[in-house]
Design a protein around this ligand. Structure first.
Ligand code: PMT
Length: 221
């Protein structure tokens, strides 16, 4: 996008997976690499925004000019987002955040059972980061992603409404798509429209998404 598109705007972006510990050596996580969120951070910075990237564990280097805060768990991600969103204009939730965490984290490594082949874990719900941020800071323009293996449009539009977002980026993650890939295709849904982004490199896709976000943001403000 043109360097002016997000001049003087503060953008908070979440990226990557979260890790929910089970014991000192094990965790629950997912296949997010952080590539899409980091590409968005790079594109937003190139569009003139001041960007804070709240990142789960990834192998990626921080894009030039971007402030990065590293977190592990969903709770840590929410705390970091709460701290940095008060003065922000736009919040983009690209992280793949665990919906659940262990009800209790074992302080010592869990031992393999001698007498049972099955192990049950009790999980409790994590806070919904983007829904909490949208509720706490109603002035924010909030953009979510929806990663779905079925009923993509329906589920994405439901998340748009239920989480009180301005825009949602629907990601078909059936098969080997989206997670950890260098290319992706998505469909953006907002309350008055939709737009298809065909398969392309994530950095190029990020430019297109940032252009759409700034257009809708300017229309709303
Ligand atoms: O990192 P990559 O390998 O490049 O892959 C990119 C991606 C596929 C991870 C990314 O493009 C993507 O789709 N991210 C959202 C993944 C996801 O967890 O979606 P969801 O449908 O479960 O969540 C919906 C929205 O709520 C998302 O904006 C998510 O950040 C947010 N959420 C979810 C759970 C939770 N507890 N708190 C949240 O804020």
């Amino acid at each position: 996008p043109s360097p002016q598109l997000l001049a003087n705007k503060q953008v908070v972006i979440t990226a990557g997976p979260t890790r929910e510990p089970l014991d000192p050596v094990r965790y629950l996580s997912n296949r997010s690499s952080g590539k899409m969120g980091y590409a968005l951070a790079s594109a937003a910075a190139a569009a003139g925004a001041s960007v804070t990237l709240v990142s789960g564990p990834t192998q990626l280097t921080t894009p030039a000019g971007v402030d990065r805060i590293d977190v592990n768990t969903a709770t840590e991600m929410l705390d970091a987002c709460q701290r940095v969103s008060a003065k922000a204009d736009i919040f983009i939730g690209c992280a793949a955040i665990s919906d659940y965490r262990a009800a209790a984290v074992a302080t010592e490594k869990m031992k393999k059972s001698e007498d049972s082949d099955a192990l049950s874990l009790t999980l409790v719900k994590n806070p919904d980061v983007i829904a909490t941020i949208a509720k706490t800071y109603p002035q924010l323009f909030c953009v979510g992603f929806a990663a779905e293996t079925q009923h993509l449009k329906d589920y994405a539009q439901r998340k748009l409404k239920d989480k009180n977002l301005q825009l949602i980026i629907a990601n078909d993650v059936a098969g080997n798509k989206a997670f950890d890939q260098d290319q992706n295709s998505v469909t953006a849904y907002w309350h008055e429209g939709e737009k298809v982004f065909p398969e392309q490199p994530k950095r190029q896709l990020a430019d297109g998404l940032i252009a759409l976000i700034s257009q809708l943001f300017n229309h709303a403000n």
